[in-house]
Ligand binder design. Structure first.
Ligand SMILES: C[S@@+](CC[C@H](N)C(=O)[O-])C[C@H]1O[C@@H](n2cnc3c(N)ncnc32)[C@H](O)[C@@H]1O
Ligand SMILES: C[S@@+](CC[C@H](N)C(=O)[O-])C[C@H]1O[C@@H](n2cnc3c(N)ncnc32)[C@H](O)[C@@H]1O
Ligand code: SF4
Length: 418
């Protein structure tokens, strides 16, 4: 007897999830050879949190209750709409960020991944990250996310000092955070990242370096060091403005950063981006796509995307942002299949600016391979900074071969032409 379709799909998904988990323990694969226009990263925004942290101005809401089935259905619908619109055939990473996506149910994560795989291909070795807050992520829950297809965790540890954690309005202690980290490493070996903040009000260099040293004794292969940005409209901003707290000292923050980088380098971490450090090749594929100006689709309230809507016959890369407020976003998704609030086609100068601004954040800088999609009028992301007729000065004498074009026209000369 034939299996009912839904059940058959469920089985296929279970097999795929198991493969993805196995891959999580294997060494990193080689980069994809699929043409840039046919692949993308996908970001999914879960907009809810338990409590507002004092420093955070991300797009997040503290709801009385969450209609999770409705939210799940809208995330699935929007992911499918945007994938069709982009014409993307291969999704190389999915990032569940927020807000606090570890508050979502693992079923929601599984439903989104299955939907992505139905419309486009989600290879078993794609990186699937979930941001997890220590208090909303006990071991059993983390395991359920693993079963749903997550193979990388980013833990918002922020600090290992309980007084600082209170100042930040976090709901967890340093002990909770370390426990979550240990559980995460047991379940996702080699695939756990932690966020540590620096430059907090009254924070001193020595004790902060002590926190980093402690963390190095128990962390996995990826660390993000985020300097506090005092965001207007946050409780921390108001406290500093009123003089209830000292303003963070930028000189001290610079010292923490420089000493922290040196400490990480000594123990084998590569600083591959301004705030990001990895060893054993554990770079975040998802974020790397952003910095290399690859395509990414943003799903969920307030998510950002950058892609060419090839599925609708488009040839121009667009910056897109989804409606911020979750209830409004859901209404739009139910009516139109997506909640895209703003679409901005990117002009040639804007594209080049993005290539420069993103590339200069990384340790590889701007390479010929990465910039060639933009500066050479060869099929890349379906865009080019200089269409042939407008760029006689950079046109190579022989052909539009990407390598020779880039070799003959170093990026610096191209910038000079602008
Ligand atoms: C927006 S949170 C989402 C993940 C999760 N809810 C959490 O709190 O861990 C992602 C990361 O952004 C960083 N972050 C948020 N606001 C920041 C700020 N004002 N300055 C520096 N880093 C910030 C924190 O390190 C945090 O872990
Ligand atoms: C604060 S970072 C934390 C990353 C973490 N340290 C790691 O290594 O996985 C959160 C990431 O989520 C993605 N992100 C956050 N907000 C987004 C948004 N509104 N639209 C698209 N992507 C977003 C970006 O890739 C960003 O780097
Ligand atoms: S830092 Fe994380 S948990 Fe705190 S309010 Fe922002 S998104 Fe929510």
């Amino acid at each position: 007897m034939a299996l009912p379709a839904a059940r058959a799909r469920g089985w296929a998904a279970a097999v795929k999830m198991a493969q993805r988990r196995r891959h999580a323990e294997a060494p990193r694969g080689s980069p994809s050879r699929a043409p840039p226009g046919s692949r993308a990263a996908l970001y999914v925004h879960w907009p809810y949190c338990e409590k507002r942290c004092s420093y955070c101005n991300f797009n997040k809401y503290i709801p009385r209750g969450v209609e999770e089935a409705a939210m799940r259905s809208c995330l699935v619908t929007e992911a499918q709409t945007l994938l069709r619109l982009s014409g993307v055939q291969r999704v190389e990473s999915v990032f569940f960020g927020g807000g606090t996506p570890s508050l979502a149910s693992p079923n929601t994560v599984a439903a989104v991944l299955e939907a992505v795989d139905q419309i486009s291909h989600l290879p078993a070795d794609s990186e699937v990250t979930l941001e997890a807050n220590p208090t909303s992520a006990p071991g059993s829950r983390l395991a359920a996310f693993g079963a749903a297809g997550v193979n990388r965790l980013s833990i918002g540890l922020q600090s290992l000092d309980d007084t600082e954690l209170q100042l930040l309005g976090r709901t967890h202690s340093a002990r909770d955070a370390l426990q979550t980290l240990a559980e995460a490493r047991r379940l996702f070996p080699g695939r756990v990242s932690v966020d540590l903040m620096l430059g907090l009000p009254a924070q001193q260099v020595g004790p902060w370096l002590g926190q980093l040293r402690t963390l190095l004794g128990c962390c996995d292969d990826h660390l993000s060091l985020y300097q506090l940005t005092l965001e207007r409209g946050t409780a921390l901003f108001t406290q500093v403005q009123r003089g209830a707290l000292p303003a963070p000292d930028p000189e001290l923050a610079a010292e923490m950063y420089q000493e922290g980088r040196a400490m990480l380098r000594e123990v084998g971490f590569r600083q591959y981006e301004v705030s990001n450090f990895a060893r054993n090749g554990a770079l975040s594929t998802h974020n790397w796509t952003y910095w290399q100006c690859g395509q990414y689709l943003g799903v969920g309230p307030g998510a950002h995307g950058r892609f060419v809507p090839q599925g609708a016959g488009g040839h121009t890369r667009e910056a897109r942002i989804q409606t911020l407020e979750p209830d409004n976003w859901m209404k739009e998704v139910m009516l139109f299949g997506h909640g895209t609030r703003r679409r901005v086609p990117l002009g040639q100068l804007e594209l080049l600016e993005e290539v420069l601004a993103m590339g200069l954040r990384t340790d590889v800088g701007i390479t010929h391979q990465a910039c060639s999609c933009y500066v050479c009028p060869v099929p890349g992301l379906g865009v080019s900074v200089f269409p042939p007729k407008e760029a006689p000065a950079v046109r190579p004498s022989t052909s539009w071969d990407r390598t020779s074009c880039c070799k003959e026209n170093p990026i610096i000369e191209i910038i000079g032409l602008l």
